[in-house]
Ligand binder design. Structure first.
Ligand code: FAD
Ligand code: SIN
Length: 598
């Protein structure tokens, strides 16, 4: 009988892993808490970075590696970066086999975009600025085709609430569906639950990004890593500041690819300010641009304000109509928001975007707990270092989602890494999915250690076993009996004058005290408030509630505590973690090769 892999999450990492594992004959069950389209992946705009067999003139895999390491502020796991950049071509070819179509240029080859801190155009995109929706859409189509044939099982609206464990290994998941608590046994679980942008008041992330996978894994005793590093995207639309405020159904990120095409940032007086902060100006690494905007606004006495993205130079250089052809979705959405960006400035400010930290994993996506893999944004392989290079996230989800599946198929079921494990070539599945290997690479070597792993939570410090003992062995059962479960958050904290917990309160607190600019004092204040909320809510335990929102609240509160505690512990500034009260990082002012003619 084939071994079962339970995959949680239907973003790029979960969908791709599900397809590869299913096609290789595994018994795959894919669970996701909304519909299959609900994910960060769906909203990705800029694209996927990869150096293909026929790269842009002068581009090389070595340059992609160097750019990734440089953007990561010296904090990357170099072995992980190397293999991600080397193996990228195979996974892109496999994606195409699953039906993903990338935009092509005038010569019929792939159209390659430039984004900040990349030394050459190497960003594959689809539908102009609809890369995520096109990619996820094709993968979802492939998943549903297999589900219809009975070779893959999909559970939507299945909100995973806990990991099932037995004798120190993960043996399945517990999930809420239709008000019922259900359990699913598996030989291994792959968490692909994405990030936690919803920790902050301003975010580019959709509603599903509530840090669930991290919380579940930490409760089960998995080691987290690099949680102090949260990336803020510099250019999220400030809808309220539009000239004729319109209607948008969520946050709107204005892709870095727009700056890659020549848009610039100006302040309220129309002054282009980025050159004063970094030699690469608008195309400096993302953490630098976000921080520069925040520092500039503080200098202007308007710390909560916004700056403007001026896309008009693009039309001036490329001709009228270029913006709507290259960025159709953004053109439509900015118009919906009340802005004609071919003629008007776009008000923007930094917003929480991507968590570099996560569940620590090795080069095969294995966590510190047997039976548990993690891939994509929920994981910390170390490839993103202290600041992710643009368009490297979708790529990471592909490469490490596939590596998790390869490890599972080899029968290891996510045994925690040990230095004695043999290195593997790691490209077999992508090659077989792609039919041929257009980008043969050398086998990678290097010890598969957990990168950057912080000390795991002592297992005996876990407040609760993830699964109530009474549930083990049972299939489905109703969780709500006459609505008798207590609300887990109650009026926590009101008695000491503190506002009781609310998700909005948490998000405001995190934005004010653990955002782009941090200090020991701000972080200590945040930690105190979080601790008082946590004393009532107990986010270290799985809440006994049939309401998925209560589970998300607990997960966000635990994730916030973990982030703030990691940020307090890192007293220096590095990458996206900027402490105004401590050592200020110095960024080497080296213009990128491709921009040196500017
Ligand atoms: P996600 O795509 O976030 O998917 C997570 C999945 O897990 C979702 O389906 C979710 O519903 C599910 N889930 C979560 N919790 C549970 C639970 N408890 N139970 C069951 N299911 C659960 N990166 C790039 O590389 N290039 C880009 O151009 C780019 N543009 C971006 C634009 C925007 C607006 C945003 C928000 C992000 C962008 N990123 C981009 C980042 C990138 O999209 C994400 O980091 C990446 O898609 C994460 O993929 P993932 O598979 O790890 O998780
Ligand atoms: C963007 O299009 O600016 C987002 C790209 C990314 O997050 O990698």
């Amino acid at each position: 009988m084939s071994r079962r892999l339970a995959i949680v999450g239907s973003g790029i990492a979960g969908l791709y892993a599900a397809l590869l594992a299913s096609d290789a004959g595994a018994d795959v069950v894919l669970l996701t808490k909304g519909s299959l389209e609900h994910s960060n992946t769906w909203y990705a705009q800029g694209g996927i970075s990869a150096v293909l067999p026929e790269p842009a003139p002068g581009d090389t895999v070595a340059a992609h590696i160097a750019d990734t390491l440089r953007a990561g502020a010296g904090h990357c796991n170099e072995a992980a970066v190397r293999l991600m950049c080397i193996e990228a071509g195979s996974d892109i070819a496999a994606l195409q086999q699953f039906g993903v179509r990338f935009d092509s240029g005038p010569d019929g080859g792939p159209a390659l975009g430039l984004e900040a801190a990349h030394s050459a155009p190497r960003i594959l995109h689809a539908g102009g600025d609809a890369t995520g929706a096109r990619t996820a859409g094709a993968l979802i189509g492939a998943v549903l085709a297999r589900a219809a044939r009975g070779t893959l099982t999909v559970h939507t609206h299945a909100h995973t609430t806990a990991l099932q464990e037995r004798n120190g290994r993960v043996t399945g998941v517990v999930y809420l569906q239709d008000g019922m608590l259900r359990s699913l046994d598996a030989d291994a679980v792959l968490l692909a639950t994405g990030g936690a942008g919803r920790l902050f008041g301003q975010t580019t992330n959709p509603a599903v990004a509530t840090g669930d996978g991290l919380a579940l894994a930490v409760r089960a005793g998995a080691a987290p890593a690099d949680l102090e590093f949260f990336q803020f995207h510099p250019t999220c639309l400030v809808a309220a500041a539009a000239p004729r405020p319109g209607r948008l159904d969520g946050p709107l990120l204005i892709s870095e690819a727009v700056r890659g095409e020549g848009a610039v940032l100006v302040d309220a007086s129309g002054r282009r300010f980025m050159k004063a902060y970094h030699a690469d100006a608008e195309l400096a690494p993302r953490d630098v641009v976000s921080r520069s905007i925040a520092l500039h606004l503080a200098k202007l006495g308007n710390p909560g304000g916004h700056v403007y993205l001026d896309a008009r130079p693009i039309e001036q250089a490329q001709g009228a109509g270029f913006l709507s052809r290259r960025f159709p979705t953004l053109t439509r959405k900015t118009l919906d928001a009340g802005i004609d960006w071919s003629r008007e400035l776009v008000p923007v400010a930094p917003a929480a975007h991507y968590w570099m930290g996560g569940i620590a994993t090795d080069l095969h996506a294995r966590t510190s707990i047997p039976g548990l893999y993690a891939a994509g944004e929920v994981a910390c392989t170390g490839v993103q270092g202290a600041n992710r290079l643009a368009s490297n996230s979708l790529l990471e989800g592909l490469v490490f989602g596939r590596r998790a599946v390869e490890d599972f198929l080899e029968g290891s079921s996510a045994e925690p890494s040990a230095p004695a494990l043999a290195p593997r070539s790691g490209e077999r599945l992508a090659r077989s999915a792609a039919g041929a290997d257009p980008h043969a690479t050398t086998a990678l070597s290097g010890p598969p250690e957990l990168p950057h792993a912080s000390a795991p939570l002592p297992r005996n410090a876990r407040p609760h076993l993830a699964v109530p003992a009474a549930l083990e062995g049972e299939a489905d059962r109703p969780i709500l009996q006459g609505g008798s479960w207590p609300s887990s958050f109650g009026a926590g904290g009101a008695e000491d004058g503190l506002e009781p917990f609310s998700r909005e309160g948490l998000r405001s607190l995190m934005t004010a005290k653990a955002g782009v600019l941090r200090s020991g004092e701000l972080l200590a204040g945040a930690a105190g408030t979080l601790a008082r909320w946590a004393a009532v809510a107990r986010p270290d335990a799985v809440p006994e509630s049939a309401d998925p929102a209560v589970h998300e609240d607990h997960n966000l509160l635990l994730a916030a505590q973990l982030l703030v505690s990691a940020a307090l512990a890192r007293r220096d500034s590095l990458g996206a973690h900027y402490r105004s009260d401590e050592t200020v990082e110095t960024i080497p002012l080296r213009p990128k090769a491709s921009l040196s003619h500017d």
